[in-house]
Design a binder for this molecule. Structure first.
Ligand code: PGA
Length: 255
């Protein structure tokens, strides 16, 4: 059985003071929810304080990016070991990193290997643009991203990953994919590609989230789909009703 995972990607939001207030406000409610993994992904600056605030809870912590190198002259970067001191998870290859900071599948592949080598669980993001979606290229684009991101990984390593299917046209737009649409990309393209590259057991073992305009009022639909194992939540993870969203996810996931 795959345990559902709900992760809040705060992106570039919240000062240390704001993060402190927010986490104090939601941690009890979030911690009381059973049956799903709960992960907060604040900006780097708030990771230490949020780690401290969550120390008596089962809520886990993730970073939003990291470099693949161990250390060295990489101004502005954070190493896997630095992330590992604070976090259990790391988001890799988010479409905003790809679009604004030139990240490639090859770079994401190196980061995945570095994260796994340091005991971090990568949340690997894939997804097509609106143009590609409209041109019926989703399968080709998402399948290709996945193949390149997974290059050189063995089946056991793949089962350690969380994959987030995030159609770019659904991120921050309020225009979420349908549960059937996302479920079919996840089931056919993502699990299908993993099954072809590895085997069906590996494809069925890996957790795959949906991301893109997930809100308390649509999370139940996504969780009800048998191929969807949770969500990567942006905007709605910055509000106190993120707790409600996670509660609904836990109640509707059937685990
Ligand atoms: P959104 O972002 O929930 O605000 O659409 C999702 C994401 O980018 O992970």
């Amino acid at each position: 059985m795959r345990k559902p995972i709900l992760a809040g990607n705060w992106k570039m939001h919240m000062t240390i003071a704001e993060a402190t207030d927010f986490v104090r406000n939601i941690r009890r409610g979030l911690n009381d929810i059973r049956g799903v993994d709960r992960v907060l992904c604040p900006p780097f600056t708030s990771l230490p304080i949020v780690k401290e605030l969550l120390s008596a809870t089962q809520i886990e912590l993730g970073a939003q990016n990291m470099h693949w190198e161990e250390k060295g002259a990489y101004t502005g970067e954070i190493s896997p070991q630095m992330v590992q001191e604070l976090c259990q998870y790391v988001i890799l290859g988010h479409s905003e990193r790809r679009a604004y900071f030139g990240e490639t599948d090859e770079g994401v592949n190196r980061k995945i290997k570095a994260a796994l080598a340091h005991g971090l669980k990568p949340i690997v993001c894939v997804g097509e643009t609106e143009e590609q979606h409209d041109a019926d290229q989703t399968e080709q684009v998402v399948g290709g991203q996945l193949r390149d991101c997974l290059a050189g990984l063995n089946a056991h390593e793949v089962t350690q990953l969380v994959i987030a299917y995030e159609p770019i046209w659904a991120i921050g737009t309020g225009k979420a994919a349908t549960s059937a649409g996302a479920g079919s990309v996840i089931g056919l393209t993502i699990r299908g590609t993993i099954s072809t590259l590895y085997d069906e057991a590996t494809a069925q073992a890996v957790r795959v989230q949906y991301g893109g305009s997930v809100k308390p009022d649509n999370i139940a639909e996504f969780m009800a789909h048998p191929d969807i194992d949770g969500a990567l939540v942006g905007g709605a993870s910055l509000k106190p009703d993120f707790v409600e969203l996670v509660r609904i996810a836990a109640e509707t996931s059937g685990v």
